[in-house]
Design a protein around this ligand. Structure first.
Ligand code: F3S
Length: 281
């Protein structure tokens, strides 16, 4: 049986970098070590780190109670206020914010200081969007649907600076920008979508179209894995969604033909390799 593993399966650059930074702290023995939120949406990685003594801070209040230690900021980034709090408390900061997200923070800070109004296209409940919002010195608007774009108003008639959540859908972003453009405000548009997600989806679609069976690996709460599953299922009826090797029912795999494998952004390489080996037996 032929097995094709997507090159883009698993961690993107920003997530890999963040996870590595936490393991580096463990190796350096800079305890107590905390991550501000789970470093990735993958239970096995978070559990492994917990066993090594890394604790997850779930809320700002928990951060506020700390007296010492190292705090790692994950790839999604955080609002400026959290940096200020860490500095005020004299904690050791390890900033694993993805550089692509950091770039958006800088744009939002700079443009809002210049007097522009910030408009973020993205999911208002997502921590990355909340972090981006927290770099503006003026009130921020967040939209994610065509309806919200239609309703958007710039009453002060100031320049509007539009940025996007890194994982936002490219076509949808363009559609929303088109709606805002019709309002004839003075706008600057900075497309800050990261290509990692789109590349992973495009490759998954191509492999699924060739494969007799497709395996998508990722956490059950991972929205990007769910999306990958939907894409693959459209191309290949025999698509399976698993979290770890234990979920894989080898008897359901075809004995001949081609099996494709892809994985969401929070799936570590060792899980992908285990699944690959199992398929090759
Ligand atoms: Fe960074 Fe793009 Fe990943 S913004 S965290 S490399 S999806």
């Amino acid at each position: 049986m032929k097995v094709i593993v997507a090159d883009t399966a698993g961690f993107c650059f920003g997530v890999r970098r963040a996870v590595e930074k936490v393991y580096e702290q463990v190796e350096n023995g800079r305890f107590p070590i905390y991550t501000y939120g789970p470093i990735i949406h993958n239970e096995s990685v978070v559990e492994d780190l917990e066993k090594k003594g890394v604790q997850v801070l779930q809320t700002r209040e928990e951060l506020e109670k700390l007296k010492e230690g190292t705090v790692v900021i994950r790839s999604h980034g955080v609002e400026k206020e959290i940096y200020d709090l860490i500095a005020k408390k004299n904690l050791n900061l390890i900033d694993a914010t993805c550089p692509y997200v950091k770039k958006i923070h800088k744009i939002v800070e700079r443009e809002s200081k210049k007097g522009s109004k910030i408009l973020i296209i993205g999911n208002p409940n997502h921590p990355e969007v909340q972090g981006i919002k927290g770099w503006s010195v003026t009130p921020v608007a967040i939209i994610e649907s065509e309806e919200e774009a239609e309703k958007y108003e710039n009453l002060e008639k100031k320049q509007v600076c539009i940025v996007s959540q890194t994982t936002f859908n490219y076509n949808k972003f363009n559609k929303l920008v088109e709606i805002i453009s019709k309002k004839r405000y003075d706008i600057i548009v900075l497309n800050t979508i990261c290509s990692a997600t789109e590349e992973r989806q495009t490759e998954a679609r191509k492999i699924a179209a060739l494969a007799d069976c497709m395996i998508v690996i990722g956490g059950k709460h991972s929205s990007n894995t769910q999306k990958l599953f939907e894409i693959c299922k459209k191309e290949c009826e025999n698509t399976y969604y698993i979290q770890t090797l234990d979920d894989l029912d080898a008897t359901s795999l075809p004995s001949m033909g081609c099996v494709g494998i892809t994985a969401g952004a929070s799936t570590p390489n060792n899980i992908i390799e285990e699944v690959q080996k199992k398929c090759q037996i």
